[in-house]
Each structure stands twice: as structure tokens, then as C-alpha cells.
Design a protein around this ligand. Structure first.
Ligand code: PRX
Length: 663
């Protein structure tokens, strides 16, 4: 095995961490806004959290201008803080400024603390973690940057990265940033067809991958998936292949052995001066219609927003160990494994395994072994783990934990209470963080706030600095906000630096999806409730985008594959209408449909339930009544609502009878 995967071991100074923890607790008792946000000194009249929040939304230019000057290293200063117009979907921040994101994430920390650990790669097998210092990560990044240049990658190109969480994946992302290329990380659980779609849309000439992945004790042939994908991607000229396992894989003329070639390169790579609004990356995500869309994030605003949210939502302090267990293939991984923590000079964990490997104590054993201070995960995993019982948690020392985070879907009260009481021993704030691929970073979360402010279970609660949410009436689009203690369409009424700038090659789709539904507002696609006290709770999607195990999936995308109609809750439920002449056994059909979805999208998207029906409940104008199907599946048949527009009333009863048989 190549030494890149083995070396880099540096002991973390845990005693230092403990001393620092004590110091942080003292700090929080004697709360002072300027020790929290030093820029506040310049904001007249701001003396507490609520004053700072008001300032950030009312004096948005002054707030963001000050933090951008303070927290990012600029090659040349910006002249305009923001230049945004929602009616055209125009979002520009820090125009005139030049910077390099990799310099902000690496070089400046190498100058001050070269031996600080940047990455802890928590490999699949417990106890085999690898630590990479800032100096080492900069070297890897520079070698990779030089290799990409040698292979012909230029400023403005887009490199597709198909890798599990590992140091070379992070170095690949940062190497792109260093030489001015954009990256397009594709979750390594996606099928070859889904990967090919994304490579083609991004027009990548270079793909970076590993020979095999290792997850939950199983080996996954990632290079083989890439081989299949690139057969249908004429743009691809080369595939750089890193070696995660010792197994050799077939290499073609197009393939480049990554470690071997990067070791020939110099450890110095001149960073390119990028404009604030140059593209940093594309990230594909599901929409309610059509193919997945490549959301575009740019340099300065995104970096600043992820760094600021990382520090204040999680109360991150220097030398804390930040453990976000997401995959780098999702926005959570981009923002809170890579860019936010590294911009802050933090130590960030790359988790390669699963919550139950080798047993359901994995997360908490890791927390003890690595001394994790902030743990950030998904409700779906918490729900799974609570079923295994408290001993799996209590077997391990979790006293290092200070903040527990949740993301991706609503966290139900039972899961929230368990997370808080058992995992956090009742002493760690739980931050339920609401945001999206489109928002770039966390927009609503219980913290920051005044340090003693209440946290309500299952509620994201408070907008972050600079975020001005609005709840709009979903029935009449008047542009009027609804009052407190009601629900509405969650919108955001002014721009913030982390928001996506466009959809790659489809700016019109961008404006239509996010800015036209409620003119003057960014529409999130989610519904939310605002309590009497003004706290937000996310109710769920208002469109046909759904969450499957914390991953986003569009019904349109699935229907593209199964050519039938689907309705979904936490799992995927497929309704199939067969063509008249088709005779097929239902279990055979189910098997075939599952294989098709797995091949075309990913395993996680596979339907859990498949029900064959004669016809679907439709309105007289031919629209499928998904609302009705959802109620049937949720077993809420008393709440089917108004069925007067149904074309064939019997269809609903047939669906109900079929559903009961399936149970
Ligand atoms: O519906 C919301 C849900 O996840 C969607 C965004 O998905 P994605 O772009 O994949 O990003 C996931 C990670 C940020 C949102 O529109 N969602 C996200 N966080 C929460 C949530 N729903 C409820 N509570 C949350 N905390």
C-alpha cells in the first residue's frame, strides 16, 4: 500500500484540549460580545446577541464587510460588499476582491501552526486513524495542484471527484481551488449512470477516484464504477486513481496512478489569484423536476459564510476536534468537514465508516478515542442508534463533547431527547441546524444566541447572522408574511454571502425555482412553523423533493427510472401501474425495479415498498393526487381531505385495499 495512506501520524495533545475546554467554559460564563465577535467593537450600540443579529440584517454591508476583511486573507481588497438583485437571480459579494481559498484554508495556518492537525482520517477499521498536519496537507495539495496542471487542467475547468472521505479527496478539492479549477464532488455511493450524468453536465476532462473504497468492512469497486461511467462521457481524457486498498485494478492508457505521479511533483504550487465570484465548485442536488441541478458556489462569500457558521453555531474554539460524520459528497461535507473548519484553522474528522460498524458504539468509541468536541450527524443515524439501547453510548467516555449537531431532516422529539440526555449527558446544547445545498451553510439554528437562551427540542429556532427569514402564505401569493404561531412557505428576504449563485448552465431554472415563486424572496422549497416566541420549526418540503435516510431525492429523478408513480415518506414507496398486457409476478417486478433504481441512481434510493395498482387517483385534469397517496401510506385515511375533484373515486379505495394487503 502506498505510504500516503499510512503515514502522517502525530499524537494530538489531548491534555491541551482539556485545559482549553475549561477555559472555554469560563469564557461562556463571563460572556462578552466582543470576545465572541471581535468585529462588534466597530458596530456602535451592539452589546448583546440580539443587538448583533439586528445589526447583521439591518446593516448587512457593514456587518459582512467587517467580517470579510477580518477573517479572510485577501490578495487584493474588495470594493463592493454586495451587489444582489433577486428579481434577476443576481448574487454577487465582495466584488473587486481577489483571494485564494486554499491559501485561506492552508498556508496562513501553516505560517502560524504548521504542526497542528488539520485532518483526522477515521478509517473504516476503528483505531487505525491517520492524522495530517496543516503542513502535510499543504504539501499534498501543492503536489496534486502541480500534477493537475501537468495533466492540462486549467483555471476555469471543472474536475470531477468520486472518492470516499479521505485526505486525498480533501487535497484534491483544495488543489482545484489552488489552481483556479472548479470541483464537482460526486457522492461515491452514486451509480455509474448517475456519475456519468454529472460528469457530462459538468463537462469534466479529469476525474479523480480511488481503486476501491472500504466501508463497513466491505470493499467497494469505485474505479470500476468510474470505468463504466466514462464510457459514456466523451469529455473525459484522464482518470487519476489513488490506491485506497492494496488490490490492483485494471489501468488503461487514460488512467494515471495518482500517488506515484504526484510524488514526482514539487511541494510548492503558486496559488492563483481568484476573483471573489469565480466558481469554487458545482454540487449536484435533486430538484422536484428534471435532472439533478449543478448548484454553483463561488469563492469568497461561500468560504466566509461556512467559516462563520462553523465557529458560532457549534461554538468552535481553536484546538477543538470537530467531528462531522457526513460524507464529503454532500454539501454538509463540503461546508463542515472541509471549508468551514479548515478556514478556521480547525481539526476536522473524515469519517469513512458507518454508525454501526463494527457495532452500534462506533460513533461514541470514536468520540472517546479522538477527543471529539463537536459532533455533527443526521437524525436518521440517531434514530437507528437509539434502538440499540443506551449501553452502546455509556460504554464510552464522552466528556470531551461540548456541542451536538443535527442536520438534513427534522429530528423528532424522541431522537432529540435521547441525543441530548444519553449522548450529551444532558450537558451539551443540541443544535438542530436547518440549511440546504442552495444556502451553502447553516441558516437557522438554536445557536448562536445569548449563552443561556433556551433550546426547544426539535426546533431549528433562530436565524443566523445576516439571515432574514420570512414565512409566506402558500395559498395566496400576495407577498405578505404570515403572523407568528402559524405555518407558511419558508423564504429568505435578503441575500447572504453563502448562497448559491446559479445552476450550472441553467440560470433561468435558477431564477424560476428560487426567485419567481415569491417575488422579492429566495424560496427554500420548505414549509415552516413560527411559534409565538418567533422560533422556527421546519415542517418539510412543499414540493416533491424527499429525504431518504437524510439524502435528498426528487420524485422526478426516480420516476425517470421506474416510469411509474411514487410517493415517499422517510422511505421510498412506489406505486406501479402496469401496462394492460404485462403479466408479471409482483416479487419479480419488485426485484427488477430495485435493480433498476440501484443501477441508475444509488442503492439508498431503492424503494422499500412496491404496490401494484390498477390506476392512480387523479384529478379530472390528469394530475396525480400525491397528497392522497401520502395519507394512505401514512395510514391517515381519515384525513384524505377533499376528493371532489377525483376523476375515478374507486381508485382511492383500491389503493387503500392494496396497501392494507401489502402490510
Ligand atoms: O427539507 C430540508 C431538509 O433538507 C433539505 C436540504 O437538503 P440538502 O440540500 O441535501 O442539504 C442537506 C444538508 C444541509 C432542506 O430543504 N433539511 C435540512 N436540514 C434540516 C432539514 N429539515 C428539517 N430540519 C433540519 N434541520
Amino acid at each position: 500500500m502506498c505510504s500516503l495512506w499510512r503515514g502522517f501520524s502525530l499524537p494530538l495533545t489531548t491534555s491541551l484540549n482539556r485545559r482549553f475546554l475549561k477555559c472555554c467554559r469560563q469564557l461562556s460564563r463571563s460572556y462578552n460580545i466582543e470576545s465572541c465577535i471581535p468585529e462588534a467593537v466597530a458596530f456602535q450600540g451592539v452589546s448583546d446577541h440580539s443587538g448583533l443579529y439586528k445589526f447583521s440584517v439591518n446593516e448587512s454591508d457593514r456587518f459582512w464587510g467587517a467580517v470579510a476583511r477580518q477573517r479572510l486573507s485577501w490578495i487584493s481588497p474588495f470594493h463592493t460588499v454586495q451587489n444582489c438583485d433577486f428579481s434577476q437571480g443576481k448574487i454577487k459579494w465582495f466584488e473587486g476582491g481577489k483571494l485564494n481559498v486554499s491559501v485561506n484554508c492552508l498556508d496562513r495556518h501553516v505560517h502560524t501552526s504548521p504542526e497542528r492537525v488539520a485532518l483526522i482520517w477515521e478509517r473504516d477499521e476503528p483505531g487505525t486513524e491517520v492524522k495530517i498536519t496543516y503542513r502535510q496537507l499543504l504539501e499534498l495539495t501543492c503536489r496534486l495542484g502541480n500534477l493537475l496542471k501537468r495533466q492540462g487542467v486549467r483555471r476555469g475547468d471543472c474536475v470531477t471527484i468520486y472518492m470516499p472521505p479521505c485526505p486525498l479527496a480533501v487535497a484534491s478539492m483544495l488543489a482545484c481551488a489552488r489552481i483556479g479549477a472548479a470541483h464537482n464532488v460526486v457522492f461515491a455511493g452514486f451509480s455509474s449512470e448517475a456519475l456519468a450524468d454529472r460528469i457530462r453536465d459538468a463537462q469534466s476532462s479529469t476525474v479523480i477516484t480511488v481503486n476501491q473504497g472500504v466501508r463497513g468492512g466491505k470493499v467497494v469497486d469505485l474505479k470500476r464504477t468510474v470505468d463504466q461511467a466514462v464510457q459514456n462521457c466523451p469529455s473525459v481524457q484522464q482518470v487519476l486513481v489513488a490506491m485506497r486498498t492494496e488490490n490492483t485494478v485494471a489501468m488503461t492508457d487514460r488512467d494515471v496512478p495518482l500517488e506515484e505521479e504526484m510524488m514526482k511533483e514539487d511541494v510548492v504550487c503558486e496559488p492563483v489569484a481568484m476573483d471573489s465570484e469565480d466558481v469554487l465548485f458545482l454540487l449536484y442536488t435533486s430538484g422536484s423536476t428534471g435532472k439533478p441541478k449543478g448548484l454553483v458556489h463561488t469563492q469568497a462569500g461561500y468560504l466566509l459564510y461556512t467559516a462563520l457558521t462553523h465557529r458560532y453555531v457549534f461554538n468552535y474554539h481553536d484546538r477543538d476536534v470537530f467531528g462531522c460524520v457526513a460524507d464529503i459528497g454532500w454539501i454538509t461535507g463540503h461546508s463542515y468537514i472541509v471549508y468551514g473548519p479548515l478556514c478556521n484553522g480547525g481539526t476536522t474528522v473524515l469519517f469513512e465508516s458507518t454508525p454501526v460498524y463494527p457495532n452500534p458504539g462506533r460513533y461514541w468509541e470514536m468520540v472517546e478515542r479522538l477527543g471529539i468536541n463537536q459532533f455533527y450527524g443526521a437524525p436518521t443515524a440517531i434514530r437507528l442508534l437509539l434502538k440499540y439501547g443506551d449501553e452502546w453510548v455509556q460504554n464510552y467516555n464522552r466528556s470531551s463533547l461540548k456541542t451536538l449537531g443535527s442536520v438534513g431532516e427534522p429530528i423528532n422529539t424522541e431522537a432529540w431527547e435521547w441525543y441530548h440526555r444519553v449522548v450529551g449527558d444532558g450537558r451539551c446544547p443540541v443544535v438542530d441546524t436547518w440549511w440546504q445545498t442552495e444556502t451553502g451553510g447553516i441558516c437557522i439554528a438554536p445557536r448562536p444566541s445569548d449563552p443561556e437562551a433556551e433550546i426547544v427540542p426539535g426546533m431549528a429556532m433562530r436565524p443566523f447572522y445576516g439571515i432574514k427569514p420570512a414565512l409566506l402564505d402558500t395559498e395566496v401569493v400576495t407577498g405578505d408574511g404570515v403572523s407568528n404561531d402559524s405555518t407558511g412557505a419558508l423564504c429568505i428576504s435578503q441575500a447572504w454571502p453563502g448562497m448559491a449563485r446559479t445552476i450550472h448552465n441553467h440560470h433561468q431554472r435558477f431564477t424560476e425555482t428560487y426567485f419567481q415563486p415569491y417575488p422579492g424572496y429566495f424560496f427554500t422549497g420548505d414549509g415552516a412553523y413560527r411559534s409565538k416566541e418567533g422560533y422556527y420549526q421546519i415542517v418539510g418540503r412543499l414540493d416533491d423533493v424527499i429525504n431518504v435516510s437524510g439524502h435528498r431525492l426528487g420524485t422526478a429523478e426516480l420516476e425517470d427510472v421506474v416510469v411509474c408513480t411514487i410517493i415517499i415518506m422517510f422511505s421510498v414507496y412506489v406505486f406501479v401501474v402496469l401496462k394492460k398486457a404485462v403479466m408479471v409476478q409482483e416479487d419479480v417486478l419488485a426485484q427488477q425495479l430495485r435493480e433498476m433504481v440501484s443501477r441508475s441512481i444509488a442503492k439508498y434510493a431503492c424503494p422499500d415498498f412496491i404496490q401494484v395498482v390498477r390506476c392512480l387517483p387523479k384529478t379530472r385534469s390528469g394530475k396525480i393526487m400525491r397528497r392522497v397517496l401520502r395519507k394512505v401510506v401514512e395510514r391517515n385515511t381519515d384525513e384524505l381531505g377533499d376528493l371532489s375533484t377525483l376523476d375515478d373515486p374507486d381508485s382511492v379505495h383500491e389503493v387503500i385495499r392494496g396497501h392494507q394487503r401489502l402490510r
